[in-house]
Design a protein around this ligand. Structure first.
Ligand SMILES: Cc1cc2nc3c(=O)[nH]c(=O)nc-3n(C[C@H](O)[C@H](O)[C@H](O)COP(=O)(O)O)c2cc1C
Length: 72
């Protein structure tokens, strides 16, 4: 999905991944064969406005632990 989203962006499109949908209902809607599984859904299209400004990210030393596990 990430590759598809990056390719879409490279072709001038925008995308939005979603997993919050009724997987069983969508599988039925598209006649998903029994030997297939449903993954996330991604909408791809022409954006109508710029993405919202993002609030930034946590400092890396709060979210990255190297060579072991953080002790409480
Ligand atoms: C794998 C994946 C699944 C997602 N599923 C949902 C979803 O079901 N519903 C949702 O509101 N956002 C979902 N998101 C986040 C949206 O793609 C989007 O980033 C979010 O709605 C925030 O939008 P904004 O960046 O314009 O504020 C998902 C993101 C990823 C990476």
């Amino acid at each position: 999905m990430q590759t598809m989203m990056l390719a879409a962006q490279g072709m001038g499109y925008q995308s939005c991944p979603m997993i919050g949908f009724d997987i069983e209902a969508v599988a039925k809607l598209i006649n998903l064969p029994d030997d297939h599984v449903m993954g996330p859904m991604v909408a791809i299209g022409k954006g109508t406005k710029e993405a919202w400004p993002k609030p930034g990210q946590l400092p890396l030393d709060e979210v990255v632990i190297e060579n072991g596990f953080k002790t409480p």
